[in-house]
Design a protein around this ligand. Sequence first.
Ligand code: DQQ
Length: 645
Amino acid sequence: MDDATSKSFDHPYTVLGEDPSLVIPPAESRQRPTKVYFWILTSTVFLLSLAGLIVRENPNRAENSIPAAGTAIPESSQDNVRFLPVGEAEGVSAKSYPSTRGRLSFNWTAADFAWQRTSYHFQPEKNWMNDPDGPLFHLGWYHLFYQYNPDSAIWGNITWGHAVSRDMIHWLYLPLAMVPDHWYDIDGVWTGSATILPNGTIIVLYTGDTNEAVQVQNLAYPSNLSDPLLLDWVKYSDNPVITPPTGIETDEFRDPTTAWTGPNGTWYVLVGSRLNTTIGVALVYETLDFKNYTLLDHPLHTVDGTGMWECIDFYPISTNSSVGLDNSATGPEVKHVLKASLDNLKLDYYAIGTYDEGNVTWTPDDPEMDVGIGLQVDYGRYYASKTFYDQNKGRRILWGWVNETDADYDDLAKGWASVQTIPRVVTYDSLTGTNILQWPVEEIESLRLNSTEFEDVFVEAGSLVPLDIGNATQLDISVEFEIESTQALEESMLGETESQLECSVADNRTTLGPFGLAVLADESLSELTPIFFRLAKSNGSLKTLFCVDETRSSKATEVFKEIYGTVVPVLDGEKFTMRILVDHSIVESFAQAGRRVITSRVYPTEAIFDKAKLFLFNNATDLNVTAAIKIWQMNSADIHPFPLY
Ligand code: DQQ
């Protein structure tokens, strides 16, 4: 491949001027940031920031006309609803996959839509959101940027929305961080990542979609590092800093990663693309100053058959401790996770492997479980995830975008679309040695209200146990299942036939399952979302499937209802455990301490408000289980515009 530093565009753009605060330290000096936080100065800047917030509000923000809530859209008038752009034509994520365009809307009421909005997950006040961008911790605040359409509840006019939080649970919306306003990003300020340099400088690299629909990588940075809110962002005057190299399609080249340093002090950054239409690729660029880049003559990694790689994430993970690592960490007890978002499937895949810092390549531990053909980050509705190293608490945090699965019409009527997952701590699973563990940040526990505990609940084969907990729409559930006896299980196994190891509907009864919980279920079970384990025989041994069956989650016909799931390792002596976060239309389910995760979007029509109930169930024909379960009601998070905004 050619050196990509030569710019192939000649466009006028506004020169923002060099900002003296953009001081890149010499690559060799890998000192730690100076730990002087200038508290007095910080308070002054904070007050100035507040004043800034007042004047920055954009008075020209256009409102999109939307059908009134509760209005079913007649087929004849569907063409009148503004649909474009939805993203597919632009080669990026559309709202719906598969598309729901052209489907009739269920006759939702305003109250239904109000119920569907989440109460403790992050979502903007209104309009469309997709990928998390450049998450970071700075001067006491967690920052989340996100792909955002300020004008509509469908994808388009993509800017960087911005919110800050002390704990990643309660959020304050800030003014837009970056909008499309230069030729090199006029068609969208797309996904990017932040890097905190050893001297504390914050660098953002993001993809700009140009006036000619070419994807380029741009540099931006905060104008004032002593502003804890990082309100002002400067786009580098000589953007773009990276243009598509020869051999790469100009509209398949995006989403730069957080940078890391090599032994020689050089910085490296990855950009996702595809080669020859089928080969997913992580291209590597090296830089000393974040302004000039050279494409290495070999990629970090490729996997044939996986297509375009979006939103690559690459980070070290400790194999002998649960502490998180800075992106540049290496060492004998360190492995590296490579994640790609597969544009063809709209799914996030990862693999654990070894990074060779001399050759700047990465090799998966198990080639049969390589990126795109092995493990998914989340087996449900989940995409474009991104981690960051939280230097505040020494942990690696994972964010992920959760799209809607209702119709575009419904999103326009609601006036909003998409949420982010509860941030998850990522660690290495030293018990299996083959997967990461994902677990909701401990801060979520501050929302726990009263709890109800049920111990030793015998759930006989073929039975259903209602759990009387009152309102069941905002919950944190922890459950452990024990099977009756290993001997009974072994006897049952003898008669079992070999299974395909695929999740199927919860009504499908087999000898050894399914057993689990039904959430968002009404009294008569006319609607329910079962989350369950099913044991199955495969190659002579017992395997455990972890599944979510959405097929009966809603009577609305236009809503996608999937059956999600996969095999989860359950080691000798372990119980079958789940953690489930229910927050109105989102259900996040973690099996076996987070070895496998499934995120669902569900839109019940009956099982809402005080009609939403919770049940234990066991649909096995020949396996009794005992459950121990603790359920917390969850408070709502405080998510609103920054005061005085
Ligand atoms: N979303 C962004 C792209 C990215 C895609 C555009 C993934 O940069 O590839 O909104 O969802």
